[in-house]
Design a protein around this ligand. Structure first.
Ligand SMILES: [Fe+2]
Length: 220
């Protein structure tokens, strides 16, 4: 349930994501918003900025697919800024929201970021929680299917010690994505509440993969 003060932004986001179905659809925005609101209650921070950033953080994903440009690059931020102006968000708040969107996809294992704002930390945790657990499993295979990836390639490398770059061409299979990114998210959480929530979701993925390999290898 999205609070009244976020309704205009939520409607704009829904319009933008109407054709998106591979894991970054409106329901993802809504779940990240719900996670973010819970984290904000526990951790503090500017509730409005956090809620709006959670709703808009991925609206340029379909545009990224069409143009090949980054969904949090300068042009994307301009598009998101225009959406927020139309939704009558205050100019100062728009700046704060865009500063979160710009860095929400930077992971500690690829680039250490100093001085993150509490609002950025919460939106990152909220987004990463939706990439783990049962939803992480569902979204990974939906994304893999939409981008022509195999479920799993026997013999492929599953120990990813190098920096992960978020390009579908760098991926080999949906199962590999757990090792290159999703299983690392628990350690990458910013807030104490985020870390706590990530535990159960992380364990679910570990159990899922154990069962997956047991069935794949015909162990009875
Ligand atoms: Fe996201």
């Amino acid at each position: 349930m999205i609070d009244q003060e976020f309704q205009k932004v939520a409607q704009a986001v829904e319009l933008y994501l109407v054709e998106e179905s591979s894991g970054h659809d409106f329901y993802h925005a809504e779940r990240v918003y719900n996670n973010a609101m819970y984290l904000q209650q526990k951790e503090g921070g500017d509730r409005f900025v956090i809620g709006v950033a959670a709703l808009v953080h991925d609206i340029c994903r379909p545009w990224e697919k069409k143009t090949g440009k980054l969904h949090f690059g300068p042009e994307a931020l301009e598009i998101i800024g225009e959406v927020l102006v139309k939704a009558e968000v205050d100019k100062q708040k728009i700046e704060e929201v865009l500063a979160i969107v710009e860095f929400h996809d930077v992971y500690d294992w690829s680039e250490k970021m100093a001085n993150k704002s509490l609002e950025l930390m919460i939106v990152q945790d909220a987004d990463n929680l939706d990439a783990t657990g049962a939803l992480g499993v569902a979204r990974t295979f939906a994304f893999g299917g939409a981008n022509g990836l195999s479920l799993y390639n026997p013999g492929e490398k599953l120990a990813f010690d190098q920096d992960y770059v978020e390009k579908t061409t760098d991926r080999t299979s949906s199962v590999a994505h757990f090792y290159e990114k999703l299983l690392k998210l628990k350690e990458n959480m910013n807030t104490a509440t985020g870390k706590k929530l990530a535990e159960e979701r992380h364990q679910f993925m570990v159990d899922f993969l154990d069962q997956f390999f047991k069935e794949w290898e015909g162990k009875f």
